[in-house]
Design a protein around this ligand. Structure first.
Ligand code: KIV
Ligand code: ZN
Length: 509
């Protein structure tokens, strides 16, 4: 199997979610999966159903609701995982079970404590079991790039014999170098007798910053599926940024003679969506989707681009869905129409937000800033997604008094879902601690604050501060986020945001 199409396998919702600090809700996952379907990726790896009932449920919801791409679920080569994957995928239009098993000596000896014969047997049994459920089975020898190549050939042949239709070569720890990875993929064609019955895929991690280069090297070696995540999120330094692979193939088709079926203009909206829901910010100079990817700063470059765009651009902002220029500048005199248009440009589905609330929050920020830019809007949206949960508590007032002699005091006034007003005050070690103590006194909440971070959304003295927190309650771990030009107000709202999520989930804190 070696035609000219490269299949795009998106693992934002599985490997991407394995990034430290990311935990998508089920609704987040469905929204991302729908955007991936708009992007027209070929396969969405929706999760790893055996890891938790929540993940199984999210994969099952995507399997039911998202049409178009193949929906894949990951499973170790053990019976319970494969059963869980099938349970989650059974309603999908086109389900795929992705079975993986480590093949490097270091993983087999120290992690699995199994010998090569055991591993081949497990791979055979796992693929055969998955094949009993679905015709579309992918097999991955984990840590392939550090495995004995003859052993990889042997296990691939066995997996294909059992019915695997895709065999994926993971560079699990981002160890490969492009030239050697091309040669490795080519060698599979020469050493695996039944390889013509399967498609070769590559799955690269970015530990040495070479994930995209290695993925393209894999394609040059004959791989016809590439795995990656939007914005390159994933374990450690992340996965291949799938947008980089897609645009490399589109831009250098002259060299590679391959294509994808991806709808490129949905890349930027997908990136913004994942950035917003993951809370993991895209760096300004990130290829394809970064804020500066199509901005020119030096006089010589500006001059060239104004005369002819192609002088300094190898693709256009429009082709990847990046907004071009500042045609709509949002300020305090802007209306709902301008705001809605800008939100839609950012890939935000207006159905999923409460536009009235977003408009009020936008006006509040615009009153305190000359211009509200895309980063401000994303910060506002992150806080005001309406599908997510009901607001059990809302903030009416917060007032803090700090001093360098003694402890700060905070007063908060909160409104419950029936409109009742409650007010209380507390002291704390610092102003945020005082606020959180006062909120706890009003709500009776018992929880532990495990993470707190504040960052500036944009440049400038009047920039909004975005506060992200995580709390642990008896029922789990909940993230809260809010942005405001006053970081103490943002801290209060972020805390209430997290508490409301927890209350919706568990009914009590
Ligand atoms: O990096 C890896 O090896 C994986 C496998 C599960 C494919 O994510
Ligand atoms: Zn991986």
């Amino acid at each position: 199997m070696n035609d000219d199409k490269v299949y795009i396998f998106d693992t934002t919702l599985r490997d991407g979610e394995q990034s430290a600090g990311i935990a998508f809700t089920r609704e987040d996952k469905i929204e991302i999966a729908k955007q991936l379907a708009k992007l027209n990726v070929d396969i969405i790896e929706a999760g790893f159903p055996a890891t938790s009932p929540g993940d199984l449920d999210a994969v099952a919801s995507i399997a039911r609701e998202v049409k178009g791409p193949v929906i894949a679920g990951l499973a170790r080569a053990v019976p319970d995982d494969i059963d869980a994957a099938w349970e989650a995928l059974k309603d999908a239009e086109s389900p795929r079970i992705h079975v993986f098993l480590s093949t490097s000596d270091i993983h087999m000896a120290h992690q699995l404590r199994k010998n090569r014969e055991d591993i081949i047997e497990m791979a055979r049994a796992g693929v055969a079991q998955a094949k009993g459920y679905v015709s579309d089975v992918e097999f991955s020898p984990m840590d392939a790039s550090r495995s004995d190549t003859d052993f990889v050939y042997q296990i691939l042949e066995a997996a294909i014999e059992e019915g695997a239709t895709t065999i994926n070569i993971p560079d699990t720890v981002g160890y490969a170098i492009p030239e050697e990875f091309t040669a490795f993929i080519q060698s599979i064609y020469d050493n695996v007798a039944n390889i013509h019955k399967a498609r070769i895929s590559v799955h690269c991690h970015n530990d040495l910053g070479m994930a995209t280069a290695n993925s393209i090297a894999g394609v040059l070696g004959g791989a016809r599926q590439v795995e990656g995540a939007i914005n390159g999120i994933g374990e450690r330094a992340g996965n291949t940024s799938i947008e980089e692979v897609i645009m490399s193939i589109a831009t250098r088709s002259d060299l590679m003679n391959v294509y994808t079926d991806v709808n490129h203009v949905e890349l930027y909206p997908a990136s913004k969506l994942v950035e917003r829901l993951s809370g993991m910010q895209v760096q300004n100079n990130k290829a394809i989707v970064g804020r500066n990817a199509f901005r020119h700063s030096s006089g010589i470059h500006q001059d060239g681009v104004l005369k002819m765009r192609e002088t300094y651009e190898i693709m256009s902002a429009e082709s990847v869905g990046q907004p071009t220029g500042e045609s709509i500048v949002l300020t305090k005199v802007s209306g709902r129409h301008g705001l809605s248009a800008r939100l839609e440009d950012l890939g935000i589905d207006l159905e999923t937000i409460d536009l009235d609330k977003v408009f009020v929050a936008f006006k509040d920020v615009a009153d305190r800033k000359d211009e509200v830019d895309d980063r401000d809007l994303i910060a506002i949206i992150s806080e005001h997604t309406s599908f997510d949960f009901d607001e059990v508590w809302t903030l009416d007032l917060v007032q803090v008094s700090t001093t360098d002699h003694g402890r700060p005091t905070a007063t908060v006034r909160l409104i419950d879902s029936e409109g009742n007003i409650f007010e209380d005050a507390a002291v704390g070690e610092g102003p945020v601690d005082a606020i959180y103590n006062a909120v706890n006194r009003v709500t009776g909440a018992q929880n532990t604050l495990t993470e707190y971070s504040v960052k500036s959304v944009t440049e400038g003295i009047n920039a909004q501060g975005e506060v992200t927190i995580r709390i642990e309650t008896g029922s789990g771990s909940y993230m809260g986020r809010a942005a405001d030009p006053d970081i103490l107000v943002a801290s209060t709202r972020a805390y209430i945001h997290a508490m409301n999520r927890a209350l919706n989930d568990a009914g009590t804190l």
